[in-house]
Design a protein around this ligand. Structure first.
Ligand code: MN
Length: 516
């Protein structure tokens, strides 16, 4: 009988520590809802003591999400653990995840504590957490560089104090698979009360070995793995959820383990996380990269056309990748439209559906063929990215450009309900449009990044624009989509300005947790 491996997702905690990625409460909640559809076992929603924003995000997720357990991270201090419990306690099966370093190098230079002191702190912290709940996880930070005999001693004490999950992190991404697996085997053999708990690992990718180390650990007795969507996380990131899950799934002949993950949601979740964090997925990334299922060689293409299994070890549909298919046209009704979105995994409210349907009708008038990717993009920009109020709204845009004229843009913008119009010249039509918007919005935001991509290929494709803006220390990503790249650019810029306005007005804010 295959044994279950529990999936502990830390996209919202370690993943959010990715440089440049930060999420507000609404965005975290959207990701949490996707993780719930994916059927992860545990969502680590944040680090409640680190900032009020983090506390609020964890509490909101604990209140809203019913399927997975909701965990919060806490250092081995009473005040951290108290704040953590306060944030997670309304969850369906809340978990306190407390941690302390066990490596001599951390003890000597960072904590200036003896092994005995750390052992006592572990017992006290786990006991304190266990007063709130029996669902307590304990992590030994920098475990892979710690003395295994000492970790075994600390874990034995933590289990006695009430910990149910013992996590052995490769915090600095230093381990090698065979060595790491052997350490897990050692722990399984040297913790006398290990039958009362399960072992977990948390691997970092500094040497590109996070997934390999995670799999080696599973083969030696680990039954919980801490992973992130797209492998996000500190520095080079964490073990990627999709890679670990699909390795177990694809090589069932080799691994006698299973997970509860609904693999068809892997691709949509990867996209959502990438959009909301602004961290793009490299095209050659395993499982979810744009090229993961693209065959370039003629010999490979010929084989796949004759029989997919000749060169494909997984089918794209297993991970939820839809190939371009003609779906709807301008005569499609609201009912078919709603059905199509549900098929794609989007359950929208009536109000959301109306908004997307209007954009769809408008699009269908201008673009003959509407593909799944187009719909996905519309839903993402109209619903996922409209999670902030529209302080600025694009009403109209007229652009004059050519080889003999100086590009000019006239923008009509609704600013807090008031209509304003302004024209500006620029080096190109997008430059002119951005100048007009900047003047209307009186914005001082700096444009850090501007990227255009076409969604389905061909000149009639939807243009998708992503911008990164900075103002007064806030950095946001804005997204826009339209068959006209100038209009898509305007939408992206205005979306970014709305996000900045929301943050500056003191809206719910996902402060980056202090780095640990
Ligand atoms: Mn980590």
């Amino acid at each position: 009988m295959p044994e279950k491996v529990y999936i502990f997702d830390t996209t919202l905690r370690d993943g959010e520590q990715t440089p440049g990625a930060s999420l507000n409460v609404d965005e975290k909640l959207q990701i949490a809802r996707n993780l719930e559809m994916l059927k992860v076992d545990v969502i680590e929603a944040g680090f409640p003591f680190a900032s009020p924003g983090d506390f609020e995000a964890v509490r909101t997720i604990a209140r809203e999400i019913r399927g997975p357990q909701i965990a919060g991270l806490a250092r081995a201090f009473e005040k951290d653990i108290d704040a953590c419990w306060e944030a997670v306690k309304e969850g369906s099966n809340p978990r306190i995840h407390t941690f302390i370093s066990t490596s001599d190098i951390h003890l000597k230079y960072q904590m200036r504590k003896s092994r005995e002191e750390v052992l006592e702190m572990t017992k006290a912290a786990v006991k304190h957490a266990a007063r709130y709940t029996s669902n307590v996880e304990f992590s030994a930070m920098d475990a892979s560089r710690s003395d295994p005999a000492y970790v075994a001693q600390v874990f034995t004490a933590a289990i006695d104090a009430g910990a149910k999950v013992l996590n052995f992190p490769d915090t600095v991404g230093y381990a090698i698979p065979q060595e790491f697996g052997a350490k897990i085997k050692y722990l399984m053999e040297h913790i006398p009360n290990i039958h009362k708990a399960i072992l977990s690992v948390h691997c970092h990718n500094d040497l590109g070995l996070a997934v390999a180390n995670t799999l080696a650990a599973i083969m030696n007795g680990v039954r919980q793995v801490e992973v992130t969507i797209n492998g996000l996380g500190e520095r080079a990131g964490n073990a990627s959820l999709e890679e670990v899950v699909m390795a177990l799934h694809t090589r069932k002949d080799f691994f006698d383990y299973y997970t509860d993950i609904v693999t068809q949601y892997l691709h949509p979740t990867s996209r959502l996380v990438s959009k909301l964090t602004g961290v793009v997925v490299q095209p050659n990334k395993a499982i979810v990269g744009a090229n993961a299922f693209a065959h370039e060689s003629g010999i490979h293409q010929d084989g796949v056309l004759k029989e997919a299994s000749t060169f494909e070890i997984m089918t794209p549909s297993t991970v939820g990748l839809k190939t371009s298919s003609l779906v709807l046209g301008k005569l499609s009704g609201r009912h078919a439209f709603r059905n199509k979105l549900q098929e794609m995994g989007y359950h929208l409210s009536d109000e959301e559906l109306n908004k997307v349907f209007m954009r769809f009708k408008n699009l269908a008038d201008r673009k003959k063929q509407i593909f799944d990717e187009d719909l996905l993009s519309l839903v993402e920009t109209e619903v996922v990215f409209k999670s902030v109020p529209e302080y600025y709204r694009l009403v109209d845009l007229i652009v004059l450009t050519g080889t003999m004229v100086k590009p000019n843009a006239t923008v009509k913008l609704e600013v807090a309900g008031e209509l304003k119009t302004h024209s500006a010249f620029g080096d190109g039509p997008i430059d002119a449009t951005y100048k007009a918007i900047t003047d209307l919005a009186k914005s001082k935001a700096k444009l850090l990044k501007f990227a255009v991509s076409s969604i389905t290929g061909g000149t009639e494709a939807l243009g998708e624009v992503s911008v990164r803006l900075e103002d007064e220390g806030h950095i946001v990503t804005g997204q826009g989509v339209d068959p006209d790249v100038v209009t898509a650019s305007a939408r992206a810029y205005i979306n970014g300005l709305n996000r900045l306005h929301f943050l500056k007005a003191g809206g719910p804010k996902g402060q980056k947790p202090e780095k640990l």
